[in-house]
Structures are given as C-alpha cells and as structure tokens.
Design a protein around this ligand. Structure first.
Ligand code: ZN
Length: 323
C-alpha cells in the first residue's frame, strides 16, 4: 500500500540512535548541558501545549522541578534532528482536583496542570490530540507512552521475581539476581477491512459510544500467521467466512503496547451470527453509507475516530487507494 506510512504514529523516521543507549555517562551529560530534553508523561498523558493551530509536545530541561516526581532513570527516545529526546514518568504526582471518573472514561477530556508547568502546558489524552501533532511528535509520544507503561507493569523479573532495573537507557530491564534481560513488549493485533462486493463488515463492542462502529480486530495468537488470525477472528466474532487476505499498513497503537496490522479480506459468506461476549452488533454497510458516516451525515452511524488505522483504511477503501 503506497500510502501506508502516512497513518498516524507511523513514518516520521525518528533516528532512535540505538548505539547511544549503552553510553550512560554521555546521555547524562546531554541532560545536564541542555542538548537533551525530557517529555514528562503523567499516567499515560504527555505534556502538550497549543502551537500554530495544532498541538506540540513540551520538552523540559533535565533539571526541571517537575521531574522530582519521576524515578531517577530517563528513557532515551532518540535524536530528533539534533535534539536528544528523553521521557520520564511522573505518575507519582497527585493533582489536587483529580476527576477519577473522567480519567477512566472512553475519551478522557480532562486536562491536568502541574504547578511547575508554564501557562497552557497541560497533560492531555493522546487519543484526542494525536491528529493535531506533527508526525514526529506523534511517533515520540507513542514510543514514550508505550515504553513507560511497559516499565510500570514489568517491574519484576519474569524468571525469578526479583525487582529488575532499567538498563540500556530504558530499552531493557535487567535482573540483578539471575541476570535475565527483559525486552519491551509489542503485541501484534490484526484489524481487518472485510468486504463482500460493495459492502464492508463493521462491528461494535459493548461500552462504545452509541452509534460507533469500526473494523473488527483481534490479537494474533502464538503460532499463527496474520492471515490466519484475520480468518479466525472474523469467524469467531461474526461467523462470516473469509478467503483471500492481504496486508495493507501498520500502526503502532500505544494502548498500551499494540502494533496494528491493517489487512484486507474477501468474505466468502454474508450471514452474521455475533459472539455476544466480543461484540454487541455487527452489520454490512455499503460504500455509499460509509461515505455518509465518515462525513458525519449518516442518521445512525457515527464517523470512526480520526487518527485510528480503522478510519485510515476505510477512507482509502472509499477512495480506491488501497494498492
Ligand atoms: Zn531474575
């Protein structure tokens, strides 16, 4: 697919400078002298500010007081056209007026202002801001969010249970007891554009906003190809049989650490029987109805979320640009 790398979170070509990860002293010096700067992330929400009609990440000095709420180690993200970029997890900070219900909602619109941040610098949900960032900022934010979330949930050695240490500037955890090295996870997910002639198969999960439908998706299981996962997931969720499957485009999706493989599959059958444990509803929608839904003019279907690969694939299917 020629447009594959224009998907949100993909294709900014960040230089991750993996060879620098072992140079602890060099990276620490860069943070001291200002060649390096840090993106603070609070409970998965990067610090951002409005800029030029869009949004940008806020990078603070390595000695900024906000970082007092972070562990001592910094995650090194890479060389952003000459600026060395790091991230730090300041989730220990407790805002005074925390709205816990908003934080756990489907689309958390709450904003948090740290007392040491400048005016207009706020922690924001990345899902709501991702299409307002440049491709480079989106890649940096997705990488930092996924990596810091991995460190939070993988503190202990999976082999012996001892608390492990961040090494390689955050790209490994090493066990001080048994010496095991642990590497960050990426979980593969297939998301599929299943068509039958002029129609597209969509489903909705329980708990989604009313009227919202999207492409079917599911985790690839160990020992399975992408193509087999597409056929299995569609059969399990809707009982629709799928024949030929093609890969189209991928998208890193840091909720918390997925890599979405966008695929296209041709349905061999049309009758739908949903699995109520996975889906609340599934339906076939024509190209014409999809065009109405994406432009917000459909009577019952909501447009898919901007920035997600589902919407990217649907728009390109409508425009006949999947090749
Ligand atoms: Zn161990």
């Amino acid at each position: 697919m020629k447009l594959a790398e224009t998907v949100t979170f993909g294709g900014s070509g960040l230089d991750r400078s993996a060879l620098m990860r072992a140079d602890e002293a060099g990276l620490a010096a860069a943070l001291e002298d200002g060649r390096g700067s840090v993106l603070p992330i609070w409970r998965g929400k990067p610090l951002m500010e409005e800029h030029d009609g869009g949004m940008r990440l806020v990078w603070v000095h390595g000695n900024h007081p906000m970082l007092a709420d972070a562990p001592a180690e910094r995650l090194f993200l890479g060389d952003d056209d000459g600026a060395l970029r790091f991230a730090a997890d300041i989730s220990r900070w407790q805002p005074d007026d925390l709205d816990a219900d908003q934080l756990n909602s489907f689309a958390d619109q709450s904003l948090q202002a740290h007392p040491t941040a400048s005016d207009g610098q706020l922690f924001r949900e990345l899902r709501l801001a991702m299409t307002l960032l440049t491709a480079r900022d989106a890649e940096l934010a997705a990488t930092a969010k996924a990596m810091l979330s991995w460190h939070r949930s993988h503190r202990f050695c999976a082999r012996c249970g001892t608390e492990s240490r961040m090494t390689q500037a955050g790209w490994q955890r090493t066990c001080p007891d048994c010496g095991a090295h642990h590497f960050p996870r990426t979980d593969p997910v297939v998301i599929m554009l299943i068509t039958h002639g002029n129609d597209l198969l969509l489903g909705r999960s329980p708990g989604w906003p009313e009227g919202m439908y999207s492409l079917l998706a599911g985790f690839i299981e160990p020992g399975e190809t992408m193509e087999a996962a597409v056929r299995r997931e569609v059969a399990e969720e809707t009982a629709v049989r799928v024949g030929h499957v093609d890969y189209l485009a991928s998208q890193p999706w840091p909720y918390p650490s997925s890599l979405m493989f966008g695929c296209r599959g041709e349905a061999l059958s049309r009758e739908i029987t949903i699995d109520p444990a996975e889906l609340e509803d599934a339906l076939w929608i024509s190209r014409e109805e999809l065009a109405e839904a994406l432009s917000g003019r459909h009577a019952t279907l909501l447009p898919a979320r901007k920035g997600a690969i589902a919407q990217f694939l649907m728009e390109n299917w409508l425009a006949d640009r999947l090749d």
